[in-house]
Ligand binder design. Structure first.
Ligand SMILES: [Mn+2]
Length: 316
């Protein structure tokens, strides 16, 4: 397990440091990445600290998109990754691998252990941002972080814990959130950045509620074809994030949305309050957390089979 003194040693050893995160970055990935970058840039202004990865941010006016990193820049650099332990999900994997030293912060169950590295993994943490926020609180001996750093971590925590509303939220989560607030961040601003949706997405969410299946008590699900979301001007990925609309139904145990991708296969987002659904995701080469998991690629028959498994699971 990575200690504060090991971390300091590794950071001080390198003039070039790049922080990466997973593909299709959510706000925990982006917030963890930039929270750490803003802290390192303020603590070590003489070092060249960059954001790794290729995919753009969801909202560059809030969290920036990755920096330009030439391959040769990585030689002898320190590479950090946040919010994934799965090399295949690491955006900028080849550059990350080519660095001299490696650090990994994560809260997922490891699915494919990467090469030799220093890590700090806590699968019980609400978010990766909570893990790194706690780590920096220890490192700074509780001194408030730069405001932009605290804002980014706070965004990561409220995103993954759904505003402190799901069971991964612990006393520690609230303690770290409280520590971050000492940096003077604007809660209302960050909540809006993380949770507000476009009118198109709002209208799509209403449509999703209409066309979903609720016949099995405790379960809500939908298999979406292109005609179910394309007319709203949103992508398959955006459609899938609206799986969250079902979580508020009283008595709901598990819910899932399966979406037809451009590749012709389906991807899925599965969620639950208490039922374990990670094992279903893993059955179809996906993964994640016990109550929030995803599947990148599956056939329609597999979607239907997964629905039948969900139907059985909510019975007990
Ligand atoms: Mn996360």
């Amino acid at each position: 397990m990575l200690t504060v003194s090991q971390f300091k040693e590794l950071v001080e050893k390198h003039d070039r440091i790049a922080v990466f995160r997973h593909t299709h970055p959510d706000y925990d990935a982006l917030g963890s990445q930039f929270g750490l970058i803003y802290y390192l840039r303020s603590a070590y202004p003489e070092k060249d600290i960059r954001a790794g990865g290729k995919e753009p941010s969801m909202d560059p006016s809030f969290i920036p998109s990755p920096d330009e990193i030439p391959d040769e820049w990585m030689n002898g650099a320190l590479a950090i990754v946040a919010d994934t332990s799965n090399l295949n999900r690491l955006d900028g994997k080849d550059q990350w691998l080519s660095a001299e030293d490696h650090i990994l912060f994560d809260h997922h169950h490891e699915t494919e252990p990467p090469i030799d590295h220093h890590n700090l993994v806590d699968v019980d943490a609400s978010s990766c941002a909570e893990i790194i926020g706690k780590f920096l609180c220890e490192l700074t001996e509780g001194k408030p972080l730069p405001k932009k750093s605290a804002e980014a971590f706070y965004a990561g925590i409220i995103s993954d814990s759904i505003r402190f509303s799901i069971s991964t939220t612990s006393a520690e989560t609230l303690h770290i959130a409280s520590y971050l607030l000492e940096s003077g961040l604007d809660i209302n601003y960050i909540n809006n950045k993380v949770f507000s949706v476009s009118m198109e997405t709002f209208r799509f969410a209403n449509h999703l509620r209409e066309i979903s299946h609720y016949e099995t008590p405790g379960l809500a699900w939908a298999i979406l074809e292109e005609e179910d979301f394309k007319p709203f001007g949103i992508t398959a990925r955006q459609a899938k994030t609206k799986v969250s609309v079902f979580g508020e139904i009283r008595g709901i145990k598990a819910w899932g949305v399966f979406v037809k991708e451009d590749t012709g296969t389906y991807s899925a987002s599965l969620r639950s309050h208490s039922v374990m659904i990670r094992d279903i995701a893993e059955k179809y080469k996906g993964g994640g957390h016990d109550n929030a998991a995803g599947i990148p690629s599956m056939t329609k028959e597999e979607c239907e089979e997964a629905v039948r498994i969900l139907q059985e699971k909510v019975k007990d």
